[in-house]
Design a protein around this ligand. Structure first.
Ligand code: SAM
Length: 225
């Protein structure tokens, strides 16, 4: 899986790809990445990437020319091109699973008031929102999508760890406990110490339903979102 991330702040993105499990996935060749600084494609002396919005209003907009040049250099027309945007389609575990089947994904990180609409019209296959709130820029949103996707690839984490996770089958995960048996007066549920695997499986299944009903009742009503 190859990720290409276009951003004005590539340092944020670089740190992620060179740390922990992602760094190992890159070392082993499961993931490759290109971290593209949009400013490298600005042509004027000041390497300008933003300008005031037509029609007036506060803030600045990312200019189309540097972005288009960066997208052309990234081979965006041969990849699935995503723009991270609060007005995009809400991201989900189901969409992460679909994206994990792609081979090349280009992600555009916005800044300021966002990017010129013509870049979206010409290059973007999908606008993705990571939630109903506004971040100051798209790098963290891009990394959220990348993280949710790459951990599903073969060879990144053990397949067992992906089973019965939250959203698997439309439920949240059951509560997890580790040593010690008693912490600040709170005991680990007796059933988890019993060694009785069938009962533990049943308890966990019940807990998934209870937790889902409490925090995300809408998940019980329909297909996974
Ligand atoms: N003016 C835009 C609006 O009201 O929709 C917000 C722009 S935001 C300050 C700057 C950039 O952060 C966006 O272009 C986008 O790339 C990113 N961003 C902010 N919130 C996001 C979210 N919830 N999901 C994905 N990207 C987001």
């Amino acid at each position: 899986m190859r990720f290409k991330v276009l951003s004005l702040f590539p340092g944020i993105v670089e740190a992620y790809f060179t740390t922990s499990i992602m760094a190992r996935a890159v070392d082993r060749g499961v993931v490759s990445y290109e971290n593209i600084d949009i400013r490298d494609y600005a042509r004027d002396r000041h390497r300008t990437c933003d300008d005031a919005p037509y029609g007036g209003g506060a803030g600045m907009v990312l200019k189309p020319e540097p972005l288009a040049a960066a997208l052309d250099a990234a081979g965006a027309e041969r990849a699935l091109t995503l723009y991270l945007s609060p007005s995009g389609r809400p991201f989900s575990q189901a969409r992460a699973r679909e994206l994990a089947r792609e081979s090349d994904i280009v992600l555009i990180c916005g800044r300021y008031e966002g990017i010129d609409q013509r870049i979206i019209d010409l290059y973007v296959d999908e606008e993705i929102s990571i939630g109903d709130y506004v971040l100051s820029s798209g790098e963290i949103a891009a990394l959220v999508v990348i993280d949710a996707v790459y951990r599903l690839l073969d060879g990144v984490i053990r397949p067992e760890s992906l089973e019965e996770e939250s959203f698997d089958g439309g439920f949240l995960e059951y509560p997890q406990y580790t040593r010690p048996e008693v912490f600040r007066g709170l005991r680990v549920p007796e059933i988890l110490l019993s060694g009785h695997h069938r009962n533990i499986t049943r308890w966990r299944a019940e807990q998934r339903v209870l937790k889902t009903r409490k925090f995300r009742p809408e998940l019980l009503e329909g297909p996974e979102g």
